[in-house]
Design a protein around this ligand. Sequence first.
Ligand SMILES: [Zn+2]
Length: 186
Amino acid sequence: MVPLKNNHQDFKPINKNSGYRERVRKLLTEVFSRVSFETDESISPSIDPVQVAASVESVMFERIGWSNTIKKAYYQSILFNLKDPKNPDLRRKVLLGEIKPETPVTVSAEEMASHRRQSENIQVQLKSLKRCMHDADEEEKATTDMFQCSQCCERKCSYYQMQTRSADESMTTYVTCCKCNKRWEV
Ligand SMILES: [Zn+2]
């Protein structure tokens, strides 16, 4: 006996993590429903945003799964791309079947890598900004005799600590001598 072909066979039933998966499908349905307001093209009534949302979500779940923060970020990156107000083309093409449901998933993997690099750059900028602000506040800082200046031998120094490397490494201590203004790191 030949099994019956079912139009919805791509849409795997939701069981595990169903609450979250339902929310993703709902979000994607909203995204794809928006297309009809964004395009002048007439959208065939046979195209159902709910079904397209379900097939994109199925690909996401199959390719990425759902278990940790990195995977959550990956999900968010895909949703972000599809929702992006500056990119109505992507959701329209997926809805109309001009590009496959897996395309936004693979595109996001590459973009996520570049977003991560960008956010690292922003972190570095934030750190140097913080350091400048610290320098400006220097006069108000408490002093300590924990450090001795190698230049003038004074024991009155101010200091602050900052995370300059990755979060799991120890903090760097920036010391400034109150007498001669010599600065060093510990
Ligand atoms: Zn000194």
